[in-house]
Every structure is written in C-alpha cells, then in structure tokens.
Design a protein around this ligand. Structure first.
Ligand SMILES: Cc1cc2nc3c(=O)[nH]c(=O)nc-3n(C[C@H](O)[C@H](O)[C@H](O)COP(=O)(O)O)c2cc1C
Length: 165
C-alpha cells in the first residue's frame, strides 16, 4: 500500500508554524490531477485568509459551542474552501477524489490535514464572507502536525467484501 495512504491521519492539533504559500499551491495542484466524471473538473478552491478563518471558527463556536473543528480552523495556517461549480450528478464524487489527492500529497510532504465537512452547516454564513457563488462542499485544513494519532479503526476486508464467491 502507498505509505501516504497507510500513514495519513486526521490531524486536529497543529503547531503555529506557517507553510510557504507555494507549497500549498503545489498541494492543490495534486488535487486537480484527480479523475472527474467526463473530466468536468467541477472543483474550485479558495485559500481563506486569517480574517475569514477566524470568522468561520467563531461562527461555528457561536452556533454549536466550543468544538475541535472550530479550534482547528482557528489555529491551522491554511484553510482551503472547496466548491462545486454546478449540479452535475457525479460532482461530489469527483470533488471527493480531488480532496483525497490533496490529503495524500500533503501527507507525502509531512504535513497534517483535516477534511472538514461540518463547514457545510454554516455555508450561508461563509457565502456572506467569501464572495463566491458556488456550492461549498467541504474545507481542508493544512498545517504542521502537533500530534501523531494512532490509526483510527476500520472495518476489515471481510466486513466490507460482501460478494459471496
Ligand atoms: C466527508 C468528510 C467530512 C469530515 N468532516 C470532518 C469535520 O468536519 N471535522 C472533523 O474533525 N473531522 C472530519 N472528518 C474526518 C473524519 O472524522 C475522519 O476521517 C475519520 O474519523 C477517520 O479518521 P482518520 O482520517 O484519522 O483515518 C471528515 C471526513 C470526511 C471524509
């Protein structure tokens, strides 16, 4: 198995260290190599600035109380907002593939990531902050790891292989 697949974890604790913007662009560049239905490449990205990151984090706390995801958003150096450009049927699958590429590329460089789906819960608020009219699908935190969590449990191959022969 690819070591990036084996070693990647959701990281919810980051050092204050920054990362060069150029490195983040390289990581997003791995995202856009993902396959997409009809090669329609429905993904778009916004690299949130600190002001937007803070406001998103504060809104999550305001709506849902203190939580780890909001804390990550506040402390991580980069939050990438991931958008879907139209409502073609397979877009979310394609965008998921792009996000996974980004997580694995960041892992290969030694950085930590968190895939943040909960940002959807405040997508109306994010729309007020970020002048982008597309559908917000997810966000990705990227930063320098400050924890090395054990692998989270997975179903076994036996449990997920449901064919009978
Ligand atoms: C679509 C999706 C949305 C997720 N949203 C969040 C989130 O909002 N906050 C969070 O802390 N983790 C989030 N995660 C991370 C999962 O909780 C994590 O991948 C899972 O628990 C397995 O842990 P691992 O990534 O370390 O293997 C999300 C993962 C996916 C695939």
């Amino acid at each position: 198995m690819l070591k990036e697949i084996e070693n990647r974890r959701s990281i919810r604790n980051y050092k204050e260290d920054n990362i060069d913007k150029k490195v983040i662009l390289d990581i997003i560049n791995a995202g856009i190599k993902a396959p997409s239905a009809k090669n329609n490449q429905p993904w778009r990205f916004v690299i949130a600035n600190n002001d937007i990151k803070d406001k998103i984090s504060d809104k999550m706390v305001e709506n849902y109380g203190p939580n780890k995801t909001a804390e990550v958003i506040k402390t991580v150096p980069y939050l990438i907002l991931v958008y879907n450009v139209n409502n073609e049927y397979f877009n979310h699958l394609s965008i998921g593939a792009a996000i996974e590429n980004i997580l694995l590329e960041a892992e290969s460089m030694g950085f930590g990531t968190l895939w943040i789906g909960y940002i959807k819960k405040i997508d109306d608020y994010v729309k007020e902050l970020v002048n982008v009219d597309y559908e917000l699908v997810s966000a990705i935190a990227i930063g320098v790891k400050n924890e090395n969590p054990l692998a989270r449990p997975r179903l076994t191959l036996d449990e997920v292989l449901i064919n009978e022969d």
